[in-house]
Design a protein. Structure first.
Length: 117
């Protein structure tokens, strides 16, 4: 179990959620759609990766999984992050979401290939 990696991600999420709170208060829908797309794609990939890694390290993967669920709950219920309502910002959200998702999956696959060699 890599505690340093989990603590680093927890600190990143705290800083990112504070930033999201300020962006949401600024009423800038374009920035909010960029940050929201990144946050939801990042959380989705980490949840998927931790479920895949559960057989390798049960305790570490379970801690990561619950960390992601807690951050998702904070983002949706406490900070009240909402998806953009107009079509242009929805497109930006979707493109940032897919770009982040694709890059993280590509990076993960590349690291798996390098570790197998």
């Amino acid at each position: 179990m890599n505690i340093a990696k989990t603590l680093c991600r927890a600190f990143f999420y705290i800083v990112f959620l504070i930033t999201m709170n300020y962006v949401q208060k600024s009423q800038n829908d374009f920035l909010l759609s960029i940050f929201s797309g990144f946050l939801f794609a990042d959380l989705m990939t980490w949840i998927i990766f931790t479920v895949i890694d559960i057989p390798g390290c049960i305790i570490g993967s379970t801690i990561d999984f619950f960390l992601n669920i807690i951050v998702l709950y904070i983002a949706i219920k406490i900070i009240h992050i909402e998806l953009p309502k107009d079509l242009g910002n929805e497109a930006v959200f979707f493109l940032v979401f897919l770009l982040t998702l694709g890059l993280k999956i590509f990076w993960r696959k590349l690291n798996r290939i390098q570790s197998e060699d």
